[in-house]
Design a protein around this ligand. Sequence first.
Ligand code: SF4
Length: 468
Amino acid sequence: MANEVYKKFMSESAKMAADTARQEILYGKINRYNAAVKQAKSQFVNLDLARNRAAYLKNKALGDLEKVLVEFEVNFEKNGGRIVWAQDAADAIGEITEIVKKYEAGYVVKSKSSVLEEIELSRHLSELGVETIETGMGEFIMQQAGEQPSHMVNSAMHKSGEEVAALFNAKFGLPATATSDQITAYIRKQLRNKFFNAKIGITGANFLVADSGSVGLTENEGNILMSTAFPEVHIVVAGIEKVIPSIRNLDVFWPLLATYGSGQKTAVYNSLISGPRQEGETDGPKEMVVILLDNNRTAVLAQTIQRRALACIRCGACLNASPVYRTIGGHAYGTTYTGPIGAVITPWMKGLNEYKHLSFASTICGSGTSVCPVKINLHDLLLHNRNDSVKQGMYSTFDGFSMFVWKKLLLNRNWMDKGSAGFKNMMLKKAYGGLWGKKRILPEVAEDSFKQLWEERREGIIRKKKKK
Ligand code: SF4
């Protein structure tokens, strides 16, 4: 199993690394995002203070998780909502299945949410014969393309406008030159009746607010508002790490999420939903259920160092900053959570042995850490994941042997100086040529070592460079 997951990652990432056209699409979108983020940051008088405060609040909530979650539960239930504790994806799907059967729903309207991808909601519902209507623009496009989202904020990050137009031409007969406005208008029209007649709306949650018992949702399209206002039931699936202590904390989280997520000062719609429709209210569901999902988040929490990663507010900034994500895109990871944050948490959520390679697929340049609004030290955490996997003996005989040899060599200057550059290059090629990939040139050992050059310089020897 481990081998298969790793092999797939290696082959997919090698394919993507050679796909320069795809990278250009990613770079174009990320460049536009970077310019917008720069603008949006100007709203903060002291951005660093805001980031520190957000980090503190998230870490405090993680430290008191049992208490804060129960506070959320009590307050949400006071508002008339129902809480379900789900140990894993099967528990969450089981609860959703019961609700779908109770309401005899033929379809559900679903908003964009990573956690709903994580539990593979659409696949499970389709096995029950229930259709999932994706209501986010990016997710609607991905559903038509038969693909998973490739980015936690911009699901269709890897697709060009031309590709989307061609897809809608082939599937719905829109002009092959359709603009994004035309495509958006088409999708809106398709969704309108679905919203009005839906019995069940399913969303994720950006924040669970403990002191008010509310679910905080942020979006730009209004599809979440429609998915929660019209249906009879609103089901929320939220990871347990989404809880924050107080409604007052949103003054820092909402602007930070908008700034780092999409380069906006604030998202177009920020909603706080605190329970089902109350007497005298004209809209909102008659039943509201929040499913609090663990699904191995407690395995991340159990790591004294890596638990910091649960402070993530899923803004996607570390993906955009990561040279690895920008080169291989999201699909190559083969996981719901991608980029640096995905590489930290997935090994704990899905199995360290099977997914440890993601923690090794990083340059440890710290670019994700530098942009994280909640100051998660992603590159450190990746190193800790590597360290843990090695400590648990999760490495091949070849890796163990080659590290043994490297250590011997690097600790002994005389050994390092033995053999010509040609010999060393031949050995390196034999050992690492395959791993390095066919499309890259393995760096070569120089003719003269630094030590030789330094000694010659000190002795004032000026040599003519050997002609190759
Ligand atoms: S780790 Fe930080 S930068 Fe990355 S998605 Fe989470 S909050 Fe955003």
